[in-house]
Design a protein around this ligand. Structure first.
Ligand SMILES: *Cc1c(COP(=O)(O)O)cnc(C)c1O
Length: 361
């Protein structure tokens, strides 16, 4: 390894899938693989999860679904598109790739059943239970449940909703949404139910219904914004040292001169910056891992470069590799130091780094 590299550990992914599966109890464990599987590579991730028994995949955009269908070939996987149908022209594209739209308004339901003369009309119904993001309002779902003629024109195989505050187990929103979802779920007895993301899955089996759809925790990040030791790290970002510099006391490092050396420091300049997904403001509390220890990030992270403190390292040379995210600097820790969520950190790590996979494909 000589360049900035994102290593994706597929065995760790499989391990985390097993953890989520354990918490899902009797519910099927699906996977959110939107945004290129949170930057880990949707194709490799989906193929490995398929091997682990995963049969239901969730993407946001239709185009992501098309890519995933191509990757999965003729495997009989259910691929749900969370955007639903954004335009009537989506119909033929969804059908051609055998994608299941998560219909999230009565308008979308109308558009989907307008393809009723076609054979394949499986759909998920996304019902809003309090988040006010996507989904039919409760009253619209109730009206639809009563409209047998309309329902006969499609195969609603899944009724789903999304939790707004599952990362906070103490939030009263969780129980309120659970209650509303139970009611809605009862209106569509033939369909399966799905409510839980990663955090929802950890809330307990009451939240599991028939299918859970975790994303974040499959990729090793804690569901409540903190490192979760039950999970294994999937993403590791390494960057090479480009140069070692001795900075005399009184001089500064980086843009804005935000770090000033009060005594002489030896710093290493790394080939990593915010264009590689490291938050620009990581220096306030961020660390890298080098030579068996945490090393402070110094000054502002620039687009392509950043500096760390290697004053206490006996041996350090250009070309040495430094861990910025991974087993020693967890995704949650790096995200917290940079003032971003683990979701944001993960999805950006693959922006420029060379991605490589370890573990069974
Ligand atoms: C992204 C997403 C998920 C997965 O959420 P995580 O918090 O990453 O586990 C599940 N359901 C919906 C609707 C989503 O948008």
């Amino acid at each position: 390894m000589t360049e900035t590299t994102l290593t994706v550990d597929l065995d760790a992914l499989a391990y985390n899938y097993g953890v989520l599966k354990h918490f899902a109890g009797a519910a099927e464990t699906g996977a959110a693989v939107k945004a290129d599987a949170y930057g880990m590579g949707a194709e490799a991730v989906a193929l490995r999860l398929w091997k682990e028994g995963c049969r239901s995949f969730f993407v946001a955009r239709l185009a992501e679904g098309q890519v995933l269908r191509r990757a999965l070939g003729d495997r009989d996987a259910s691929i749900y598109v969370l955007d639903g149908m954004t335009a009537p022209a989506d119909g033929p594209r969804l059908m051609a790739a055998r994608l299941i739209p998560a219909l999230n308004s009565l308008q979308q339901v109308e558009t989907w059943i307008s393809y009723g003369d076609q054979r394949w009309l499986e759909a998920a119904l996304h019902v809003d239970t309090g988040m006010n993001r996507l989904g039919l309002r409760l009253e619209d779902a109730r009206a639809l449940a009563k409209n047998r003629a309309k329902l006969a024109k499609m195969d609603v195989s899944l009724v789903m909703s999304h939790l707004a505050c599952a990362d906070d187990p103490a939030s009263s929103m969780n129980a309120a949404q659970l209650e509303r979802f139970r009611t809605i779920r009862g209106l569509f007895p033939a369909a399966q139910g799905s409510l839980a993301n990663s955090a929802g899955t950890f809330l307990g089996v009451a939240y599991g219904f028939d299918l859970v759809r975790p994303g974040l925790s499959l990729y090793g990040a804690g569901a409540s914004g903190r490192t979760d030791k039950r999970l294994k790290p999937v993403a590791t970002l390494h960057a090479p040292i480009l140069q070692i510099r001795d900075v005399p006391a009184g001089e500064t490092v980086g843009y804005g001169a935000t770090f000033k050396a009060v005594r002489p420091v030896r710093i290493a300049i790394l080939a990593a910056g915010y264009a590689d997904g490291l938050p620009r403001t990581s220096a306030s509390s961020g660390n890298a891992w080098f030579a068996n220890g945490k090393r402070r990030i110094l000054g502002r992270v620039s687009m392509d470069l950043m500096a760390i403190d290697v004053t206490d390292c006996d041996e350090v040379a250009a070309g040495d590799m430094v861990e910025l995210v991974g087993p020693n600097i967890t995704v949650d820790e790096a995200a917290h130091a940079g003032g971003v969520s683990a979701y944001e950190l993960l999805t950006r790590l693959s922006l420029r780094a060379t991605r490589r996979y370890i573990g069974e494909a």
